[in-house]
Design a protein around this ligand. Structure first.
Ligand code: FAD
Ligand code: SF4
Length: 553
């Protein structure tokens, strides 16, 4: 396969220019600089530019940044809004209860954290990386790995460009390249398409709980000055979600009259009629929330899956020829709703391990040191002490589950042990839906265009673009199944879980309904790949550069 492709050789190839990938690249080059060694490092990014596909809250714990670039402040990192007010609410349909900060386990405190745009932070990290000599290639999607004689990963294959929907080569056809690396670090974020292949190929998830996810939806708002409270961080649970659907909201005030307004729905929800997008729109109509937004302007929209399996779901990290870093492995601390610090830290750990291996003249083997370093790292501790929160939440619902999770976290922090031991999750998200005939249909209010909006105007604000004449990047293993099985059993939930109106069931006159895929709308959140009950939808990267064009998400 690789014979007809251009080949470029590097010491380390990194897939994904998020916090994990960029931190690994920076660390490798810092280590090389400090020891006077030459080292070639490249980073591939499927977005048209670095940050174009980054979507996060984001309140960041600066532990990672402090270790990576201790003088980040002096170097002008876009990290300017310290958290000054940290609030947690439980919402009912018409009212709210503020949970006193004193009742929250100290590890949940946001004191010392900062509100940022993770997209902007990644753009800044990319400049730092380039300043150290890292080669960054935005607009290149990694679609496959190259394997060596003993099955080790020897490089990364990028996608072909200029292929028409029917498969023929257009005049601008350019075959993908092979970027050969002595080690390849996979930093694709949640539900990476290569990570998924590699986890399966090398059995990396054996003996671990299945990874689970949430769908995070986010809007960026510009608020009237009088309504803006820079440094305010608000989280809520409860309404509009019912007690057995996990999730909650976040509102972070930062920068120049900006507020990140977001909502996460755990993808282990059961009711196939549920629409995470519409739950988010409904949340904003709450009498406590609406006045915070009215008079403001929504300026951006996007959605992205977030890993929630935590400690029990972290797979084996290293495989022959490479390793998983950041959310490709799933290092999000769910109760803190934070993963970017762990993405940075694991990128640094893998970089250190690859650097040492290269110094010993090794290539293509398993970076066992990375695994050992993880076990001894703050990432491991961060995840271990909150390990029961999601399983308790899923098992007992929001009211009791979160209360029990709080006790578990308090005990862990005060007494050094978790009374619930190590609980297992419910299983994979795709297996949780109940049949539509046993579920209650949900009627969502029509969006008012003031605080609530429809999907299509939202997708417009994500800047998403795909060439209409390229192969559909949402592959169906069985093209008949959405209508033959998903529709009668689950009322085809893809129509509702997709936050970008990609999937439709269209009645066609007298004939049977058709399953339509509007692939051009896709914001690359990966929910379909996670939640389809038959695991029939496979998300693969479209042409490099396609997808959302997030500015400062
Ligand atoms: C709604 C939401 C809110 C969040 N809030 C917070 C928060 O407040 N604080 C916090 O710390 N964390 C938060 N997180 C989690 C945090 O965003 C992640 O932990 C973090 O972004 C993970 O970094 P990463 O580098 O592993 O992956 P990502 O940030 O996802 O970056 C992956 C990069 O790889 C690229 N890529 C993927 N596949 C390919 C491919 N095949 N080829 C080329 N490029 C590829 C992507 O385009 C992307 O640029 C939130 C997440 C979400 C979804
Ligand atoms: S098609 Fe899939 S990946 Fe794309 S936006 Fe919809 S659910 Fe997300």
């Amino acid at each position: 396969m690789s014979d007809s492709r251009e080949i470029m050789e590097f010491d380390v190839v990194i897939v994904g220019a998020g916090p994990a990938g960029l931190s690994a690249a920076i660390r490798l080059k810092q280590l090389a600089r400090d020891s006077g060694r030459e080292l070639s490092v490249c980073v591939l990014e499927k977005g048209a530019e670095v940050g174009a596909h980054i979507l996060s809250g984001a309140v960041i714990d600066p532990i990672g940044l402090n270790r990576l670039i201790p003088d980040w402040k002096a170097r002008g990192a876009p990290v300017d809004t310290p958290v000054t007010d940290d609030r947690f609410y439980f919402l009912g349909p018409a009212g709210n209860i503020r949970i006193p900060n004193l009742l929250m386990p100290p590890l949940m405190s946001n004191h010392g954290n900062y509100i940022v745009s993770l997209g902007l932070l990644c753009r800044w990290l990319a400049k730092e990386a380039e300043g150290l000599g890292v080669e960054i290639y935005p607009g290149f999607a990694a679609v496959d790995v190259e394997l060596g004689e003993v099955g080790q990963v020897t490089g990364i294959i990028t996608g072909d460009m200029g292929v028409a929907r029917d498969g023929h080569h257009k005049p601008n056809y350019t075959p993908g390249m092979v970027l050969r690396g002595k080690y390849s670090l996979i930093a694709e974020g949640a539900r990476g398409s290569l990570a998924k292949q590699l986890i399966s190929r090398f059995g990396l998830a054996e003996g671990r709980s299945p990874q689970t996810f949430g769908l995070g939806l986010k809007e960026l708002w510009e608020l009237p000055k009088a309504q803006h409270r820079p440094g305010l961080v608000m989280h809520s649970m409860g309404w509009p979600l019912d007690n057995h659907t996990g999730g909650g909201s976040f509102i972070y005030h930062y920068g120049d009259n900006l507020a990140s307004v977001g909502f996460v729905v755990h993808l282990d929800y059961r009711n196939p009629y549920l629409s995470p997008f519409d739950e988010f729109q409904r949340f904003k109509t709450h009498p406590f929330i609406r006045p915070m937004l009215e008079g403001g302007r929504r300026i951006a929209y996007g959605a992205r899956a977030i890993t929630e399996g935590g400690f029990q779901a972290v797979p084996k990290l290293a495989f022959p020829g490479g390793a998983l870093i950041g959310c490709s492995a799933g290092f999000v601390n769910l109760p803190r709703l934070k993963g970017s610090h762990n993405a940075i830290l694991t990128g640094m750990l893998a970089a250190q391990s690859a650097f040492e291996a290269l110094g010993e003249g090794r290539a293509g083997d398993v970076l066992e040191n990375y695994e050992t370093a993880y076990l001894d790292s703050p990432v491991y501790k961060d995840l271990k002490r909150v390990r029961n929160v999601k399983p308790l939440w899923s098992r007992y619902g929001t009211a009791l589950g979160v209360f029990l999770g709080g006790i578990d976290m308090w005990a862990s922090q005060l007494l050094g042990f978790n009374p619930f031991g190590t609980l297992k999750g419910k299983g994979p998200d795709y297996a949780q839906l109940i049949p539509a005939k046993r579920a209650k249909p949900i009627v969502y209010p029509k969006p008012d265009g003031v605080v609530g909006f429809d999907r299509l105007s939202s997708v417009f604000l994500s800047g998403t673009r795909h060439d209409e004449d390229e192969p559909i990047h949402l592959k169906l293993k069985d093209s008949a199944l959405p209508i033959s099985e998903n529709l009668p059993v689950y009322a085809e939930p893809a129509q509702r879980y997709c936050p970008a109106a990609v999937f439709e069931v269209v009645a066609s006159g007298e004939g049977p309904p058709r399953f339509v895929i509007n692939a051009a709308n896709c914001v690359h959140c990966k929910t379909c790949d996670i939640k389809d009950p038959a695991q029939n939808i496979i998300w693969v990267p479209p042409e490099g550069g396609d997808g959302p064009a997030y500015g400062t998400m």
